[in-house]
Design a binder for this molecule. Sequence first.
Ligand SMILES: Nc1nc2c(ncn2[C@@H]2O[C@H](COP(=O)(O)OP(=O)(O)OP(=O)(O)O)[C@@H](O)[C@H]2O)c(=O)[nH]1
Ligand SMILES: [Mg+2]
Length: 362
Amino acid sequence: MTLEIIVGLVVLAAVVLAAATVVRRRRRLPAVRALEDAAAAGEVADRVVGRLADRAAGSTERSTVSLRDRLSKARTALTGSLGSALERTSISIEAWTEVTEALIRADVGLGASSEIVDAARSRIEAAGHDPADAKTALQAELRERLGGFDRSLARRSGGEGPSVWLFVGVNGTGKTTTIGKLAKREVDVGSRVVLAAGDTFRAAASDQLAMWAERSSTHIVRGAAGADPASVVYDAVESAAARGADLVLADTAGRFHTEQNLMAELQKVRRVADRGSGVVTETLLVLDATTGQNGLAQARQFTEAVDVTGVVLTKLDGSAKGGIVVAVQAELGVPVKLIGVGEGIADLVPFDTSEFVEALFA
Ligand SMILES: Nc1nc2c(ncn2[C@@H]2O[C@H](COP(=O)(O)OP(=O)(O)OP(=O)(O)O)[C@@H](O)[C@H]2O)c(=O)[nH]1
Ligand SMILES: [Mg+2]
């Protein structure tokens, strides 16, 4: 009985409260009510627009600052050591020596480091010895050295048949991953792409490329495990021609530059890829930037064997020191065309000198 009374009272109280709210709301002037409603709706809209704007800002920020962020280790390696030398009030011989050492430690290489410092010194001396200009002079020197290369990826004009971009390099440098990322970029700009699984050495290699083919929505041509890589690439080129595709990205097995027979095999792949309906317009050497100066010895051998037209420098997001970019171009005379800054499908960017130098010193 007591319980029924309590429940009854609670229900009554709720009904009275609801009625009072409705009355209070009705009594308010319609204009005030409209304003309140508009304010509530406006607040929601503001919140949605704000959130969208944040998201948009976040995404542009990500794409514009990503290079700077991804190069953070490379940057620390370079500017960390340069910092103390460049912050002096007067630039002495000792300070210049420190700058040279910092560049060498950042993988720029002995010869190139000394040349860069000599040139930067001349610039500063000509400009009146202001140490504050040292950093600017170094940046200008780096920009000048890195500039002047054609970094575009060559291809035949439309209707001429497929262009072949061949990827070569030692084991694990990022060839297959780079092909996957590049396939996506090319598909996004309207190219019709076929992937050639020229790494027949390991069965898993063509599965890995097939995964990238799926992710980039491209067609893949693969052979049996142990098949002749040159014939797989040939078939891929013919298949591309038959389906009206304009670009073949050809994967090859990783190999050490010292393995004569494997280097000869690569030369055969290069020759055969040119023999049918396609033309090899790029032979891209994929170099792991974290291997630093060691990578250069490998690079030289590949350049001699297959006439490398460009370098893809991968793993610059890792512990690599950015100076390797300067060394690659100075020593090989071959431009760095693309850089890998992560494992994701969007983590491949065209190399841009000014952006790179700015990101390194930022
Ligand atoms: N952090 C980082 N990792 C990368 C980058 N590029 C490739 N990798 C990673 O490096 C590893 C080797 O990449 P693969 O593409 O298989 O290298 P590969 O040259 O095809 O190797 P082989 O076929 O064995 O010669 C994988 O774990 C990739 O995710 C990059 O730019 N940054
Ligand atoms: Mg591979």
